[in-house]
Design a binder for this molecule. Structure first.
Ligand SMILES: Cc1cc2nc3c(=O)[nH]c(=O)nc-3n(C[C@H](O)[C@H](O)[C@H](O)COP(=O)(O)OP(=O)(O)OC[C@H]3O[C@@H](n4cnc5c(N)ncnc54)[C@H](O)[C@@H]3O)c2cc1C
Length: 683
């Protein structure tokens, strides 16, 4: 009896201690207010107009005296660099590739959203806003998303004026197709090469400014650090970068009055992803280490329609565009024995009769069918495969079938719409997708998390801006298809050109600074020391072998289904990988020439840190929302279960030093204009 009473007292004491610890944690968690985020006053639909009416401008004569560094030539970077130069600023533009037009954006296939309502199917700016907020599982900032929807139409006008060859209907109007998470057709496209065509448009605008001398282009340069210099009040401001000439190996210094980073997403943390091989998270980590907050790192998108992995020696996964879900139907066999025969290669998909096919998305989500958002479609595929209904020799694939569409529209029409994607599939899989359904499986594709920016796209470091996929801004916990291109171009063509002036208007009296200043010298030395340290390891493992190991840990423990236990285990494994990397990596050659292995090693060092940050963030977010699925938080039907009362905030992480745990900072998302609901794609 006495023992029981003592136990009860202990339980109470423990609970009190836990509560107190929670309270202390709450009390010390810094909060970002709407004022900190510079969200303009007024009704939702007038916020951007109000901002533009009152923001400070820089007059043409002063623009000529100001230099801006833009890192990146993807859709975000190229559009920003071209626009800022067109306005009169002097721009220094950097990219890793040998030409700006080889940025990862060129890979984008399916299309770009805008609320033009050309189809007269009920679209509007508000509806695009609403779909985006809902698609992101109510974890994005209302004001930003509304602005994105508002400028979407101007993007299309701008790109048409540049000559981007969007697909057209017979009558001459631009054609549209549907993407996931929407019941209207609002996606503008150029066959399956929309990113390429949009990037060529931005590149033309950029080239014009390179020709005029307003943009100085640095290809094959990689930024390795950002230089901060304190102003007269002691406030540190971004004043330049340290970059490595990838051809000569030389480390160089560059000054500017402001630095804009459009360096893309960090999906390659997983090693295998649909991202370009050079896509990386290093620029983001450089900003983070200088005090910029990293927001929602755990929000990563797993795309449902990728060509399945086919071996251990693969370094890249290929996306089959979401546009294919307009006409393709997704299914697996209804009977386990059929699945087994398919896995054994005894039959093909086309051998399964209609009545034995389970069109599971149409069955589970009648209202949206095959066009449910990506997170929902990916989880549904995983659920079927986990239950044994998957196809391919691994059992880790589902079918994407065009037989209905071919019957309804004819092979020619299907080829006109998706021909290059079908050809790509056939080249990789060696099977004709017109004859037999394609096989697809989810893969890492996009990162919604990124560097925290305020409404002006400025980070918490003054003069340091972040745009495109590299920032965290507009997609909440899940990005809808065709919205990344929209955001990148909105940031570069229409948002930053206004907001950066508000900052630069106070910088007109700041003279160009010498790159001999001690801050530049110190930053260069730190970069050189890091390179020397890496080159000196001379261990036994290739960069890729360690990266592959990290990727497997990420997929298994920080992937599509996450648990507290798995995440804790994942963090331990990532820590061990970090140790292995810093003691046993082997980089051949030397640092004073072209050295791909060194480039990859520098990026992997940061991927390891990002992977850990993703796991830490995923562990703290005890809810399921969008692409972040914690298995402990799901409805009885297996749908994501949000905890709005506890997690309705942007989870930002502040760097506290090497090998120290980061500090959580919250930006509450108090929805003023939109009612938060459970996402429903069923009816
Ligand atoms: C296969 C595929 C298909 C897609 N299809 C679509 C689609 O149909 N619609 C859609 O909306 N979205 C799509 N997306 C997503 C979309 O393509 C990307 O989110 C978008 O292009 C990112 O653009 P960005 O300008 O932010 O970055 P990126 O295009 O990734 O450009 C990054 C730039 O930064 C440079 N860079 C990076 N680090 C450094 C450094 N340290 N120093 C110097 N330069 C650096 C790179 O060289 C590059 O120029 C797709 C993505 C993939 C992978």
């Amino acid at each position: 009896m006495a023992a029981k009473a003592a136990e009860a007292v202990l339980d109470v004491a423990e609970a009190v201690v836990e509560q107190a610890a929670e309270a202390v944690k709450e009390a010390v968690t810094p909060i970002i207010t709407p004022q900190d985020a510079k969200i303009p006053e007024g009704p939702l639909e007038l916020k951007w107009t109000n901002y533009k009416n009152h923001q400070k401008l820089v007059n043409p004569a002063n623009k000529r005296r100001l230099d801006v560094i833009v890192v990146g030539t993807g859709l975000a970077g190229a559009s920003a660099a071209a626009s800022l130069a067109e306005m009169g600023f002097n721009v220094l533009n950097f990219c890793i590739q040998d030409s700006p037009r080889r940025a990862h954006s060129i890979a984008a296939q399916g299309g770009i959203n805008a609320a033009k309502n050309y189809q007269n199917d009920g679209d509007s700016v508000y509806r695009l806003y609403y779909d985006t907020i809902k698609g992101g599982d109510y974890r994005a900032r209302e004001a930003n998303v509304y602005r994105l929807a508002e400028v979407s139409n101007s993007i299309i006008d701008q790109c048409v004026a540049q000559g981007v060859p969007f697909a057209r209907e017979y009558g001459g109007l631009l054609d549209n197709r549907s993407f996931g998470g929407a019941q209207v057709s609002r996606t503008f496209y150029a066959k399956g090469q929309t990113g390429q065509q949009l990037l060529l448009g931005a590149y033309s605008a950029l080239s014009r400014q390179i020709g005029k001398g307003k943009v100085k282009m640095y290809t094959r340069y990689e930024m390795l650090d950002i230089v901060l210099i304190a102003d007269e009040n002691g406030e540190k401001r971004a004043r330049g970068i340290i970059a490595r000439n990838l051809v000569t190996g030389r480390i160089e210094r560059f000054f500017a009055h402001a630095v804009v980073v459009g360096s893309g997403g960090y999906g390659n943390t997983f090693f295998l992803s649909t991202n370009a091989m050079a896509s990386n998270g290093s620029a983001a980590m450089q900003m983070y280490r200088h005090g910029a907050l990293f927001a929602n790192p755990c929000y990563a998108q797993i795309h449902p329609t990728c060509i399945p992995k086919h071996g251990d020696f693969q370094s890249k996964l290929t996306l089959m565009s979401e546009s294919l879900r307009n006409d393709g139907r997704i299914w697996v066999p209804k009977k386990l024995e059929d699945a087994k025969r398919l896995q054994a290669g005894e039959i093909k998909g086309r051998d399964i009769p209609e009545e034995d096919r389970d069109y599971y998305l149409e069955r589970r989500y009648p209202a949206f069918g095959n066009l449910v958002p990506r997170d929902v479609a990916s989880r549904a595929a995983k659920e079927r495969c986990d239950k044994g209904y998957g196809v391919n020799n691994t059992g880790l694939a589902v079918f994407l079938d065009f037989s209905d569409a071919i019957q309804r529209l004819g092979k020619d029409v299907v080829a006109q719409k998706y021909g290059n994607l079908f050809q790509m599939y056939e080249k990789i899989v060696d099977e004709d997708p017109y004859e037999n359904p394609m096989m697809i499986f989810p893969a890492i594709h996009y990162t919604m998390g990124g560097i925290w920016v305020d409404y002006e796209l400025q980070t918490t470091v003054k003069g340091l801006f972040c745009i495109g996929e590299a920032n965290f801004s507009d997609h909440g916990a899940n990005r809808l298809g065709a919205s990344a291109l929209m955001q990148g171009l909105a940031d570069g063509y229409f948002v930053l050109p206004y907001t950066i002036q508000n900052y630069l208007s106070d910088q007109i009296g700041v003279p160009r600074m010498s790159t001999d200043l001690p801050e530049f010298a110190a930053a260069e030395k730190a970069v050189q020391d890091k390179i020397d340290r890496l080159m000196a390891i001379q261990g036994k493992r290739s960069v890729d072998s360690i990266h592959k190991e990290l990727g497997l840990v990420m997929w298994d423990f920080v992937g599509m289904g996450r648990t507290a236990e798995g995440l804790k285990e994942g963090i331990k494994k990532i820590d061990a990988i970090k140790k292995e990397f810093w003691t046993n990596v082997y980089i051949p050659g030397d640092a004073n020439h072209l050295n791909n292995e060194l480039e990859k090693a520098l990026r992997l060092a940061d991927f390891i840190e990002i992977g850990r940050l993703m796991a830490v963030d995923a562990l703290h977010r005890e809810e399921s929302c969008g692409g972040h699925f914690r298995e402990e938080f799901q409805t009885p039907e297996g749908e994501a279960l949000r905890q709005d009362d506890k997690f309705s905030y942007v989870g930002c992480w502040k760097y506290m030093g090497e090998d120290k745990e980061p500090m959580l900072v919250k930006e509450p998302l108090d929805y003023e204009f939109t009612e938060r609901k459970t996402r429903n794609y069923k009816n």
